[in-house]
Write a protein that binds this ligand. Structure first.
Ligand code: ADP
Ligand code: MG
Length: 291
């Protein structure tokens, strides 16, 4: 692995490192009063919630992208979120991960961590992993090296490229390889993988940090039917150990994985329930599913 690749990896992946610099978010906004980053093990879920949003609002140039959003997710839950384009699904994830600061409202991780007090890198370090729509694996590295890089959050380790994985990390890497169905492809270059396999690899990179909560934005877009089916199995195998929030338009996929489904529209929750319940809801049919 070359040093500049390691540095690139640092930039992108070492969100898992706490930074104490400027206090300026990606969007340029200043976050008030930073708290001490906590480790994933400290999240208090005694009240039965891993994530809690109450009356969240954010407007962009007067346009209310998130408008009175209330949502909570239980530890180990796999929550599906559906809704028309522009409903605010991605913006909701931006708020949870600290990329966008809401104008008002409450966002808690567990019952004690006020996420609005933390920056993006700290939030990732606390155990909230995010998968964006487009896979961003390092194409020129092997599958194994990509997963290894996901662990290299320590600057000194990255500089020296001294990747001596400890026993626990080796076990984790092997476990993740098998979870994401890439055990037989560990030595392959990531660039040679199919689109679906790249998506799984990126999920694997998130899993290396053993996140408490995983946010996945349109994970099966562009996948073949078979890849979609395998991704459903993968997500089902992740719930329990992790909490997941999955945004998708693919209703067959949602049907395969869903317990509780949240329908988002105009920046707020329109309906919530089983997929059958929300699909039978007149308002949901009106705005999203069509007649
Ligand atoms: P979804 O993911 O449900 O399709 P988004 O959260 O991407 O919806 O977008 C919700 C609305 O907010 C859209 O109208 C989008 O154009 C707008 N929006 C999202 N992010 C920004 C931003 N950073 N600046 C301005 N408008 C934005
Ligand atoms: Mg979106």
């Amino acid at each position: 692995m070359t040093p500049d690749l390691m540095e690139a990896g640092a930039k992108r992946l070492a969100a898992a490192q706490s930074a104490h610099a400027t206090g300026v978010t990606e969007s340029g906004g200043r976050r008030a009063g930073y708290g001490r980053p906590v480790t994933a093990g400290e999240v208090d879920v005694a009240h039965g919630r891993i994530l809690y949003l109450e009356d969240v609002h954010v407007a962009f140039d007067g346009f209310k992208a998130i408008n009175g959003l209330n949502l909570d997710i239980a530890p180990g839950e796999l929550r599906c979120v559906i809704g028309p384009n522009g409903a605010g699904k991605t913006t909701m994830m931006d708020i949870i991960t600290g990329k966008t600061r809401p104008d008002s409202g409450t966002v808690f991780f567990g019952s004690t961590i006020d996420l609005l007090r933390y920056r993006e890198a700290d939030i990732a370090a606390m155990g909230i992993g995010r998968k964006f729509q487009k896979p961003t694996v390092f194409e020129e590295l092997s599958v194994f090296e990509n997963l290894e890089l996901a662990l290299a959050t320590d600057k000194g380790v990255r500089r020296s490229m001294a990747f001596a994985l400890n026993g626990e990390q080796k076990d984790r890497l092997a476990e993740v390889l098998s979870t994401i169905h890439l055990r037989d492809s560990a030595a392959r270059q990531a660039g040679e993988l199919s689109h679906g396999q790249k998506q799984w690899l990126e999920i694997g990179m998130l899993l290396m940090q053993d996140p408490k909560l995983l946010l996945l934005d349109e994970p099966v877009a562009g996948m073949t039917d078979e890849e979609t089916e395998r991704t459903a199995q993968l997500f089902l195998s992740l719930k329990g150990r992790h909490s997941l929030m999955v945004v998708e338009h693919d209703m067959n996929f949602i049907r395969a994985i869903s317990e509780k489904v949240t329908v988002l529209c105009d920046g707020a929750v329109l309906a919530e329930g089983t997929l059958d319940e929300v699909q039978a809801d007149e308002r949901v049919i009106e705005v999203y599913l069509g007649r």
